[in-house]
Design a protein. Sequence first.
Length: 117
Amino acid sequence: MMGPGHYNPTILKNVSIRPHGDRILVKPDPMANKTDGGIVLPDSVRGKPTRGEVVAVGPGRVSQEGTAVAMPFLVGQQVLYAAFSETGLVIDGEEYLILREPDIYAVIEPCEVAVEA
């Protein structure tokens, strides 16, 4: 779960979450707490995970001109997000984060690597 010095997340059971406005529900990547060799890092040395999977997306926001601005994220996408910018939730024992659109830095897309024979 969260490392030392972090707030306690809100704990919910048997609910469905639908983000509002420009918010995104993200499931943090548990592999972010392991080294490339597979060693699990203790809370005292690991940083906050900043990578996760989009689970739900709000409808977007309204611009200053009054027009609807749709969210550029899709459920299932892997994203990089700002550390310390989220609201933590635990839903049925699983950790989730609610982020705002500006806190998402990038979408991670797999590269196709050509293999020469």
